[in-house]
Design a protein around this ligand. Structure first.
Ligand SMILES: *Cc1c(COP(=O)(O)O)cnc(C)c1O
Length: 416
């Protein structure tokens, strides 16, 4: 009576994939590393490490202005990376892709560059109860400055948005809806297309989507979704830290003021008046993160080569398999039981503190995350202080799940 479906996909060879990630052979506390903290950041394949190394070794130069060979080559590679992101998100134009440091900076960019001009006293910003602090605090800062109000879509106990309540919040006062596509704390995949459809029907509001988790697990088509903004972070998609992308609809970005002032974002500067550069440069002041930007493409190419659907299939298998195994542990409760979910499992065990579980798993070489996962309002709503979170990437295996469940049982014996 196995409720878990067998692995059907024979194209996917996880052992071969693992060889592409050098870090996976590390030994931690004398145990082979089992890395299950992928929702916090993913590990990097060799192609990404090589891209970084070879950039600094062979072509380091500032982009967009040099008159020499390496400047031209770096500019081309950096712009090719932008094009790869355009394809990854199925955006219409490459100039709709702005390089940022990640989702956090993308939210701050929109909240400031758009919000400062377009929000007024009495306007409303809609968020959800499961937002990451990154998609709450920048809106609070701008709301406070402009006298706008934040409205929150409530969730059910299983971690799903209550859509009837969302509909009730929509009005002519709604100016922007900023919502997470997939929750980092619960795994819930939100019905983004429906959220946007309702927003268009009832309001003139813009829609900002936090794709930090969805970017790596789901096929993203910003044109089909018809969102105004979509943000994701490179480091959660096997790319380096410090680089991410913000998609914005061209007509929306065109009307926005710049976020940061400086070099590269201008057309002409005088002390009387400065005119701004065209998209996307208007939003990219100063020397950008060139090396990580170029390596971003190596990561996306790697993912595309294996195939997002193939990866998702493998991750979903791990999700089902682990959920099934974990539920056999007495007193363990999974937090976030929505369908569909990305491969994130948060859980609590009665009578045990999550940080004790994390510490004991760590001594056995297993990396998980414990705490509030930057979602304190969500934890408060669910009446818990925090959870232990396991999150899978393409290189995780059923054998790792077995080892983790065993280690967890051993830990609980010591704690209970
Ligand atoms: C990780 C994460 C963020 C923040 O991303 P950064 O890369 O830290 O800027 C925002 N939202 C969600 C859902 C996340 O998982």
């Amino acid at each position: 009576m196995n409720t878990v479906s067998p692995i059907l996909d024979t194209k996917f060879d996880v052992d071969k994939i693992r060889q592409d990630f050098p870090i996976l052979t590390e030994i931690v506390h004398n145990k082979p590393l089992i890395y299950l903290d992928n929702a916090a950041t993913s590990q990097k394949p060799q192609v990404v490490l090589t891209a970084l190394d070879s950039y600094y070794r062979h072509q380091n130069a500032n982009i967009h202005r040099g008159a020499h060979y390496m400047a031209a080559k770096s500019t081309t590679d950096y712009e090719n990376s932008r094009e790869a992101i355009r394809q990854f998100l199925h955006a219409r134009f490459a100039e709709e892709i702005i390089f940022t440091r990640g989702v956090t900076e993308s939210v701050n960019l929109v909240a400031n560059a758009w919000g400062r001009v377009n929000l007024q006293s009495g306007d409303e910003i809609i968020l959800s109860a499961m937002e990451h602090h990154s998609n709450i605090v920048p809106w609070q800062l701008i709301a406070e400055e402009k006298g706008a109000t934040i409205k929150v879509i409530p969730i059910t106990d299983s971690g799903e948005l209550i859509m009837e309540e969302y509909e009730k919040l929509l009005s002519e006062k709604t100016k922007i809806i900023a919502i997470v596509h997939a929750s980092n704390a619960l795994g819930t995949i939100n019905p983004i297309a429906e959220i946007i459809r309702l927003a268009r029907q009832r309001t003139n509001a813009l829609v900002f989507v936090d794709g930090a988790q969805a970017g790596v697990h789901l096929e993203i088509d910003v044109q089909a979704l018809d969102c105004d903004f979509y943000a994701f972070s490179g480091h959660k998609v096997y790319a380096p830290t410090g680089i991410g992308a913000l998609y914005g609809k061209r007509e929306v970005l065109d009307k926005m003021r710049p976020y940061h002032g400086g070099g590269e974002m201008i057309k002409e500067v005088s002390f009387e008046k400065t005119t701004y550069n065209t998209l996307p440069h208007k939003f990219e002041a100063g020397t950008p993160n060139i090396a990580d930007g170029i390596a971003f493409k190596a990561a996306l190419d790697y993912v595309q080569q294996i195939g997002k659907a193939t990866i998702a299939h493998h991750e979903h298998d791990l999700l089902e398999y682990a959920t099934h195994k974990l539920l056999e542990i007495k007193g363990l409760r999974i937090i976030g039981t929505a369908t569909p979910k990305v491969s994130v499992i948060s859980f609590v065990v009665e009578g045990v503190h999550h940080s004790d579980i994390g510490t004991l798993l760590d001594t056995q070489g297993i990396a998980v995350r414990t705490g509030h996962h930057c979602t304190q309002p969500l934890m408060r709503r669910l009446g818990i202080a925090g959870t232990t979170r396991i999150s899978f990437a393409m290189y995780n295996t059923r054998a790792e799940v077995d080892s983790t469940v065993q280690a967890l049982q051993k830990s609980l014996k010591m704690l209970l």
